[in-house]
Design a protein around this ligand. Sequence first.
Ligand SMILES: [Zn+2]
Length: 291
Amino acid sequence: MGGTKILSGVVDREGNVLAQNLVESPGTSEQDVLGALDACVEALLDERIGAVGLGIPANLDRGTGHVLRATNLPLDDFDLAAHARARFGLPVAVENDANAAALAEWKLGAGKGLSSLVMLTLGTGVGGGIVLDDRLYRGWAEIGHMVVQLGGPPCQGNCHGRGHLEALVSGTAADRIAAELWGPDADSHTLVERARAGVEEALGALDEMAEYLGAAIGSLANLFDPELVIVGGGFGEAVADFVLEPAQEAARRQALAPAYRTLRVVSASLGEGAGLVGAGLVGFEALDGAW
Ligand SMILES: [Zn+2]
């Protein structure tokens, strides 16, 4: 689940996506979102399916699948795992969407074989996932809500903070910046298109985003010393060519030795599908009784 879309898929143990189904999330009420989620899963349910894994952009009660709070979805204090078990009659696991994406990139993607990495997913919001000492950290990794500009723009949705990474480097931030530059009809797509066309304001806006992203990544490097930092998500994919290299440079300026020379920032190799594949992998954990 994302802030604006819900993607379901049939995933095998090797991470192959055998079928998928994308719907817009109504995003209006808890009931509407759950209705869309249930229908999106049910469109693909057949006798091959052994379990359901859900990746959702929310803070979860670790290990129970109870949603405590979602920043960009109307879900609040809701036992999603119990709901899905009753609805689908299958084993169910629920993980934060960015944790799921990090799991997939670590097991099958850009971070395969490494023992530590940090993943950021840039979409409507910004999610994070952290692998340390050969284990996915299962708690909150709300990297999007790191402060990168003290007193900066207000964060979004249910977050009351200011100057968080998500308020400065996300699809939503790009919508705001594009509207400031070119009026209310411009959005993040306009920004990316104009950057591709070489428009100076667009390139400048993405340079500024890269600086903030790099500051966050430099801080993460100093906290966790990851072997690799992976950037994914729909917006992350769209701006990768403009943002990743300068973000790596900016991060190295903040990072302690030896990371100031060795820190690497790369694109997710599973692309936007990382969250879907990761949700599939946690589904197999439920099937195997390991969740
Ligand atoms: Zn925030």
